[in-house]
Design a protein around this ligand. Structure first.
Ligand SMILES: NC(=O)c1ccc[n+]([C@@H]2O[C@H](COP(=O)([O-])OP(=O)(O)OC[C@H]3O[C@@H](n4cnc5c(N)ncnc54)[C@H](OP(=O)(O)O)[C@@H]3O)[C@@H](O)[C@H]2O)c1
Length: 277
């Protein structure tokens, strides 16, 4: 039976897809535009839009396990069509589902709990891969500019999230649970900058920005206005619990989560300037 991955073309989802391919199960990815998507070999792409459930019938056909995004769009708005999607999924034969949501009662959470499916909520507090957004500025000028530079988050490696999704969808045993997924330590953007400098073997400076300076910078980088609003609102209101390290990755995978230093070493080439090694 097939596993359907929504968001499978994204920064996180492509790791989930790669990990699921190792299990030997047929993997299908939902995308809004199959002409743009570049799937790995062996993956079936099917077009559909989560905001238009009627477009999802082909994607759900023959699927017994589903990884579902809990939010879409640049403003990460909670999915409003969850109830319809879950009804269609159950009718199509889906039994097991991982949902990318804190599971704290917002958005589609009630629909998931009442769906009759084997559900598990998964919430990565912050993906280590978000640091890739600093790549251009680091390569060009050896500097990271961010607001809230001292705010610590227990960021999680996207491959750990992928391992967790794959284990839950293919092996089961986690129905009715909500897991906050974190790495092994909480780091601030300034701490991460230092870790990237150590891994890349070069100086990288950190500049603290005010909200206004951040808005101006992100506009020049072409960010959509709703994406800027989302980020600034998120940082201003995020609870200090995002720095709390959980045991969820180890509980599901049986091994400790990967560290940011490991992530930085694996991505060191991305942060070296063109002139350096
Ligand atoms: N970054 C973080 O730290 C973090 C933390 C917690 C949760 N999350 C959540 O994790 C999810 C994935 O993050 P990411 O960084 O991998 O995102 P991303 O790289 O921006 O990718 C977004 C993905 O969502 C799909 N998508 C968006 N709207 C869709 C729609 N209406 N119908 C179907 N597919 C749609 C896109 O597919 P196509 O473009 O191919 O259609 C793409 O695969 C997001 O929902 C985000 O809210 C992220």
């Amino acid at each position: 039976m097939t596993i359907l991955v929504t968001g499978g073309t994204g920064n996180l989802g492509r790791h989930i897809v790669e990990r699921l391919l190792f299990t030997g199960r047929p993997v299908r990815v939902l995308t809004r535009d199959a002409g743009v998507a570049r799937p790995p070999e062996g993956v079936e792409m099917v077009e559909g839009d989560l905001e238009q459930p009627s477009s999802l019938a082909a994607a759900l056909k023959g699927v017994d396990a589903l990884h579902l995004l809990g939010a879409t769009g640049a403003d990460h708005a909670p999915l409003r069509t969850g109830r319809e999607i879950l009804t269609m999924a159950a009718e199509a034969g889906v039994r097991r589902i991982t949902v990318l949501s804190p599971g704290n009662g917002q958005g589609l959470d009630d629909a998931v709990r009442g769906s009759g499916l084997e559900w598990t909520f998964l919430w990565p507090v912050d993906l280590m891969a978000n640091a890739l957004a600093w790549g251009d500025a680091i390569r060009a000028e050896g500097r990271v500019r961010e607001p809230y530079g001292d705010r610590r988050t227990a960021s999680v490696h996207e491959r750990d999230v992928a391992d967790v999704v794959s284990i839950i969808l293919t092996e089961g045993g986690h129905a009715g649970r909500s897991y906050v997924l974190t790495g092994p330590q909480a780091l601030s953007p300034a701490d991460k900058t230092a870790a990237l400098a150590a891994a890349a073997g070069r100086e990288i400076h950190f500049t603290h920005l005010t909200d206004r300076q951040a808005r101006e910078l992100w506009r020049t980088q072409g960010w959509p206005e709703e994406g800027i609003d989302f980020m600034l609102r998120m940082w201003a209101t995020v609870p200090t619990t995002v720095a709390d390290v959980t045991s969820s990755v180890e509980r599901v995978t049986g091994r400790p989560p990967r560290s940011f230093a490991q992530w930085a070493t694996a991505h060191a080439a991305t942060f070296r300037s063109l002139g350096s090694a």
